[in-house]
Design a protein around this ligand. Structure first.
Ligand SMILES: NC(=O)c1ccc[n+]([C@@H]2O[C@H](COP(=O)([O-])OP(=O)(O)OC[C@H]3O[C@@H](n4cnc5c(N)ncnc54)[C@H](OP(=O)(O)O)[C@@H]3O)[C@@H](O)[C@H]2O)c1
Length: 258
């Protein structure tokens, strides 16, 4: 394995929990997000608890040049990236034609383009070293279209599809790709997306710690995909067998604000 794990979106929610998983396994981390104060605090905590090296890079991956700048910053650190966790992401909610145009584009930039650029930058080194793991955070949202969160669901369909295809291509190289597909999980996501009052977040919501631990284990096992929780598994795979009109109306119902 390479020397460090690069984790985007490590300042909150799932990303913060992924950082703890790597540190507990004595793997050095490169923590990335916009809120540097939070990353610095997490880095200090992980160094003190586990004696690892924790690098902090503040980056805005919604900016078109953000991923390229991050790749340059990581290369300047001089560490091999043996694990890449493409976790940073956000959602928006509402009628697409009424949403802020620049924010919808930025959502695609962060959730899809930056993820693709970072994967393309770090996979060749892993393949050359014949070892490495990619963990992309997709979603159960990626299994069907999502009226009232149209862009978000579409970005996660991209992440799910891209990662499964990548996992297939990488067979036999020593490098694996895993997509984690959580359902509603208690993080800052719902407040950022404006969906905290939707049905989606009304019922049983998983904890970030639980989802991250499962995804981390699936990555280590080299599984191509993990859908978290029985209800999410049934919904994800059931949607493929359900008439599209029913799927669309169910998704719209889940995404509607109370
Ligand atoms: N929570 C759920 O219900 C759920 C379900 C399925 C999938 N997911 C996916 O899980 C992943 C993690 O989300 P979460 O639930 O942990 O949400 P979260 O608590 O809001 O965390 C999002 C992370 O992404 C970072 N981020 C946001 N915009 C960024 C930008 N422009 N540049 C760099 N980093 C940025 C945030 O840090 P800064 O704000 O400091 O930049 C934060 O660390 C996302 O891809 C999300 O789509 C979440």
């Amino acid at each position: 394995m390479g020397a460090a794990a690069l984790i985007t979106g490590a300042s909150a929610g799932l990303g913060l929990e992924f950082a703890k998983c790597f540190a507990a396994d004595h793997i050095d981390v490169v923590l990335v997000a916009r809120r540097k104060d939070r990353l610095d605090a997490l880095a200090a905590e992980l160094v003190a608890a586990h004696g690892i090296k924790a690098h902090v890079i503040s980056a805005d991956l919604m900016e078109p040049a953000g991923a390229r700048q991050l790749i340059a910053d990581v290369n300047a650190l001089g560490v091999d990236i043996g694990w890449l966790v493409n976790n940073a992401g956000f959602g928006t909610s509402g009628l697409f034609h009424e949403l802020d145009a620049a924010k919808e584009a930025a959502e695609v930039q962060l959730n899809c383009v930056a993820l693709t650029e970072l994967t393309r930058a770090f996979v060749p080194g892993m393949v050359a070293r014949k070892t490495g793991r990619i963990l992309n955070i997709g979603s159960t949202a990626g299994f069907q279209p999502g009226p009232l969160m149209a862009t978000y669901y579409a970005t996660k369909a991209f992440v799910n599809s891209f990662t499964e295809a990548l996992a297939y291509e990488l067979r036999g190289t020593g490098v694996t790709a895993t997509v984690s597909c959580p359902g509603a999980t208690a993080t800052e996501f719902a407040a950022v997306a404006g969906t905290d009052t939707s049905k989606l977040f009304a019922g049983d919501v998983a904890t970030a710690e639980q989802v991250a631990a499962e995804a981390y284990a699936a990555m280590n096992e080299g599984r191509a995909m993990i859908v978290h929780g029985l209800r999410n598994k049934l919904m994800a795979f059931g949607s493929a067998l359900t008439p599209r009109a029913v799927v669309l109306s169910m998704a719209a119902g889940m995404n509607r604000r109370a």
